[in-house]
Write a protein that binds this ligand. Structure first.
Ligand code: XIL
Length: 397
């Protein structure tokens, strides 16, 4: 059955490739997979390759390469910022849909599946909301109602257009937080208690019966000690299992995949094991924000190859670990990078002390880096019996 399905997918993929390939394959000129895009190669496995989209870059007339690579290399898109609450409702009660609508229209024109990001998060909230709660003018009951309305309004507006929604983002603390025992952190847990998570999924489902509803977080690539007190992956796993047991309509867990070459990180088998364990709960998974940053040492900044090359290679190796693990798990539906070029990456602006960068798969001049080639090879040299077509779950009611 699996094999038959794979063969069928293969036939479709080869036919598609035939259509998309500018120079058709012939006996003396065989099909060249390296000349294909990530987008085409991913779809051979039913895997969507996505990127975060920076609206300023998208709209910059002087930057046509950005639009070209976005359109050709990616089959999925995520708004980097314009679907966040502060962007959508800067003033209470008046939504500014312009940029988010423009993002959705552009993705649709490109034939890309959209990951909606993000409904409930403690960052990038509008000032009126955080101030109102701080000064006591917005009480608990009103806050819950404001959240319900926000989730409902946004999901309804894009109903039928969003493939996966990040319903709740980064709800769990890290071992370096205080207290160090893992707990539900941030604005929403503090003011509404952790019950907001189940509520948000239910509100999102009521507003769109067809989107896949995701919980999204970082540092959950692999299991650690297995103790939810200090193993964030275990904490999130237990949370998801608990939500399912309560009948909450959660369909997937997104692993952001923000890594750095200065860390030990994880290996493919550990990551594949984590994805498999989530899959066994009946959940889809996805890598949602992958980038692998490096320290911009004096040597890197001066262009010293002995400093730069090991970092580019380590970055590529980490993209490889996450992508290969995703390929190995049929319920891993998409692999999204958080920006595709160092020209437009959040890393230098965000991690500046000490400075970090080089986190994406194309350099600042849109030259593909080692990481891009490694991703391509991963997509090319994969197939049965260990890499099978994707299996998407039905949206849970
Ligand atoms: C980041 C954006 O890339 C930046 O442009 C913005 O200034 C801050 O947010 N986890 C998430 C993303 O879920 O929304 C964040 O995006 C990166 C970390």
């Amino acid at each position: 059955m699996m094999l038959r399905r794979w063969i069928a997918t293969g036939v479709v993929a080869v036919a598609t490739v035939g259509v998309l390939n500018a120079v058709p394959a012939a006996a003396d000129r065989p099909y060249d997979p390296a000349a294909q895009t990530l987008r085409t190669l991913g779809l051979r496995h039913g895997l969507y390759i996505g990127t975060a989209v920076d609206m300023a870059a998208l709209n910059d007339p002087a930057d046509p390469r950005y639009r070209e690579i976005l359109r050709t290399e990616f089959s999925s898109a995520t708004a980097e910022n314009v679907m966040k609450w502060e962007a959508l409702e800067p003033n209470r009660g008046s939504y500014d849909w312009g940029p988010a609508d423009q993002f959705v229209a552009a993705a649709q024109r490109n034939g890309q599946r959209i990951r909606g990001h993000v409904l409930v998060w403690h960052n990038q909230l509008p000032g009126w909301l955080t101030t109102g709660v701080e000064d006591g003018s917005i009480g608990t009951a009103e806050l819950r109602e404001i959240l319900r309305r926000h989730v409902t309004t946004v999901v309804k507006r894009y109903r039928g257009k969003i493939w996966q929604w990040d319903v709740v983002n980064e709800a769990v603390s890290d071992p370096w937080d205080t207290p160090s025992t893992l707990h539900y952190k941030g604005f929403w847990a503090r003011h509404l208690g952790p019950g907001y998570i189940a509520d948000a999924f239910r509100w999102a489902r009521a507003a769109d019966p067809t989107a896949l509803l995701f919980y999204n977080d970082y540092n959950i690539e692999a299991f650690g000690s297995g103790d939810p007190a200090d193993d964030k992956t275990q904490f999130v796993y237990d949370m998801a299992k608990g939500l399912l047991a309560q009948g909450v309509p959660i369909d997937g867990v997104g692993s952001q995949g923000h890594l750095g070459t200065q860390y030990g990180n994880v290996d493919t088998l550990q990551v594949a094991d984590a994805l498999r364990r989530f899959a066994r709960l009946g959940l889809a998974t996805a890598f949602t924000e992958v980038d692998v940053r490096s320290r911009m040492t004096d040597g890197v900044q001066a262009g010293d190859p002995e400093e730069i090359n090991p970092r580019l290679q380590a970055s590529a190796a980490n993209f490889h670990v996450l992508l290969q693990a995703c390929l190995a798990e049929p319920r891993c539906l998409s692999f999204t990078v958080w920006g595709f070029t160092d020209r437009h990456s959040w890393v230098p602006g965000w991690f500046d002390d000490p400075p970090e960068g080089l986190a994406t798969i194309y350099d600042e001049d849109y030259q593909p880096k080692r990481a891009y080639q490694v991703m391509k090879a991963d997509l090319i040299y994969a197939g049965p019996p260990y890499v099978l077509p994707r299996v998407a779950p039905k949206p849970r009611r």
